[in-house]
Design a protein around this ligand. Structure first.
Ligand code: MGP
Length: 205
């Protein structure tokens, strides 16, 4: 070992040292929100307990957050994590969401559904903050909803009217979650939900 190199530097090999003091910026700043209403929410009271937990714009701060909060499978039924780009509130009414909609994937029965839910959430979050979706600008945020026996993740996007774009996002989402061709996921439109409370899926893949 060269005398002026520490064992850590030696272990890294080559001469290129990793600068551990440098933070690795993300394309966007993101905020994690949390909600855990005591009872099912009505549309006009939605979001009363919703609160931002932490914002980050670099890889290191993301892991700091991730390592210090509960995994989704450890949350109470009715809790929701929302991870949204800075400046977008996790509400259908937010101007950035109002013309959008969401893809919804319900966690299937599995040997260990909690483990699957946690893996889905981590993969989804990493793909979003790491700009892995081809239409990264289209993404507003993602959610993981803990609902007795019907846990799900949602991916909220901006432009519901653009069918081709939404289909492309939906297909990438299925691939990311390693879902089979036989399993269908649906895209619902927020304007429909705001009008009728519920909405039928507009698209599916
Ligand atoms: P939810 O928490 O997203 O899903 O919405 P949950 O509990 O699985 O219920 P379901 O209705 O999807 O079966 C619960 C309720 O909160 C909805 O039915 C709406 O009444 C209301 N709600 C949810 N969101 C995300 C919004 C929103 O963004 N805006 C408004 N106004 N109401 C919402």
């Amino acid at each position: 070992m060269a005398e002026d190199r520490t064992p850590e530097q030696e272990a890294q090999g080559g001469g290129d040292e990793i600068d551990m003091s440098r933070r690795h910026p993300l394309e966007y700043r993101w905020t994690l929100w949390f909600d855990n209403p005591a009872q099912k929410q009505s549309m006009n009271k939605f979001g009363q307990g919703l609160r931002p937990v932490y914002s980050f714009d670099n890889v290191e701060d993301f892991w700091c957050l991730y390592n210090n909060i509960k995994a989704p499978s450890q949350l109470q039924p009715s809790a929701t994590y929302y991870l949204f780009k800075d400046g977008i509130q996790p509400k259908w009414e937010d101007p950035k969401n109002a013309n959008g909609g969401c893809w919804t994937a319900t966690v299937p029965r599995a040997a260990n559904p909690g483990q699957l839910l946690d893996a889905w959430w981590l993969h989804l979050v990493l793909a979003c903050i790491g700009e892995q979706f081809e239409e990264g600008d289209e993404v507003c945020g993602v959610t993981v909803n803990i609902r007795n026996g019907k846990n799900r993740i949602e991916m909220w996007t901006k432009t519901a009217a653009n069918e081709a774009l939404q289909i492309s996002v939906g297909k990438q989402l299925k691939q990311l979650l390693d879902m089979s061709d036989n399993t269908k996921i649906g895209f619902s439109v927020f304007a429909d939900k705001l009008q009728q409370g519920k909405a039928r899926d507009r698209y599916s893949v």
